[in-house]
Design a protein around this ligand. Structure first.
Ligand SMILES: Nc1ncnc2c1ncn2[C@@H]1O[C@H](COP(=O)(O)OP(=O)(O)OP(=O)(O)O)[C@@H](O)[C@H]1O
Ligand SMILES: [Mg+2]
Length: 338
């Protein structure tokens, strides 16, 4: 089978690569539906812009929640939307699609994702481990003998995987990602300061003021934000200090550091020792959180670096795997044909 299109389906974003052209598209994984309707009104970045602005009877939804498939109809709709827009497959009757999938999806969820791809129009669908795709995209040689540690920090999940000889030697995950920081920021602003802010505003606050090393982060920065004052329900401009944002980051980052240490602690000694030379590589959109590489490097006691363009590693890696999936046989997660 020739794999014509690759899709890195994330909790928040979806990225697409075509066999001949490489990565061609990146957009939000959002879909907007009118109540009772199975065809979306819009999808991608336009649907994302409707979050918090929808009128009655319109819902903005995502196919995945916390890295796992939550709704196969939404997944099929999003995949169909992608297939219709992809030059390489839109006019073809038969094409093969590869899709990334977090390894902790249950077998029934993997089956449902494969079926969604077939329902959306693919003649054949193949699932690839999302962490393996990210590792290949970050330039790691998974089939080599020395151990490689890949830490993927996404919107809905954080994974830590130790690869060697084309196999997974140790793996762990946290079933939430950096979206949790935005949720915490929103909650703290509401409960401690009396302001309600939207999803986009809380994400901007977290990106601007967030850091994985609270002791090193500058404390005297203030960010201007807009929201609703709860006491009189009026729109207001107000200032946010770093402290509540750093607290929100700390909860999530300390959990990620614990996860990475436990994966390395549970790995065979020889492989853990390799990591002193090879170090750890960070991928995913959340890898650029300020000082995350330094914080994890300190926790693990090994060098830790952020991959180039970390948010696109998984789609660039999937594009390479699509070309020759058999070279990554242990990283494939299931296949289905029409
Ligand atoms: N500069 C930044 N600082 C902190 N977080 C950031 C920054 N840029 C992006 N992020 C976070 O990265 C996350 C998006 O990462 P990514 O696109 O890899 O997720 P995803 O692939 O959709 O989700 P997942 O792989 O977890 O299913 C969001 O939570 C976003 O807030
Ligand atoms: Mg991802």
């Amino acid at each position: 089978m020739k794999w014509d299109i690759g899709i890195d389906l994330g909790t928040q974003s979806v990225r697409v690569a075509e066999l001949n052209d490489g990565p061609v598209m990146s957009s939000s994984a959002a879909l907007a539906f009118r109540e009772g309707n199975r065809v979306p009104i819009c999808a991608g970045d336009i649907a994302e812009r409707l979050v918090g602005r929808t009128c009655q009877g319109v819902d903005v939804v995502y196919p995945l929640r916390d890295g796992v498939l939550e709704n196969n109809l939404y997944a099929a709709s999003l995949l169909q939307w992608i297939f219709k827009r992809s030059e390489g497959v839109k006019s073809r009757r038969r094409f093969g699609a590869t899709i990334t999938c977090a390894p902790f999806n249950r077998p029934v969820q993997k089956e449902a994702l494969l079926t969604a791809a077939i329902d959306a129009g693919a003649a054949e669908a193949l699932l690839v481990r999302s962490d393996a795709a990210a590792a290949v995209g970050a330039g790691l040689d998974l089939n080599g003998p020395e151990a490689k540690l890949l830490i993927d920090v996404g919107a809905g999940k954080m994974t830590c995987t130790l690869f060697t000889f084309g196999r997974v030697a140790a793996f762990g995950y946290v079933p939430y990602g950096l979206n949790r920081i935005d949720d915490r920021v929103r909650r703290i602003l509401r409960s401690d300061f009396g302001y309600r802010v939207g999803k986009a505003q809380s994400e901007e606050i977290a990106r601007t003021l967030g850091s994985a090393m609270p002791d090193k982060a500058p404390k005297d920065i203030i960010m201007h934000a807009t929201g609703i004052a709860m006491k009189d329900r009026r729109p207001v401009n107000f200032d946010v200090e770093t402290k509540p944002v750093l607290d929100a980051c700390e909860d999530v980052v300390s959990e990620l550091a614990r996860l990475c240490c436990s994966v390395v602690d549970n790995a065979p000694e020889e492989l853990s020792a390799d990591l002193n030379d090879t170090g750890a590589v960070l991928t995913g959109g959340g890898a650029v959180l300020a000082d995350l590489d330094r914080r994890l490097g300190q926790a693990l006691g090994i060098p830790c670096r952020v991959a180039d363009a970390p948010e696109t590693c998984a789609i660039r890696g999937l594009w390479r795997i699509m070309d020759d999936p058999n070279a990554y046989a242990q990283m494939l997660q299931g296949q289905q044909s029409r």
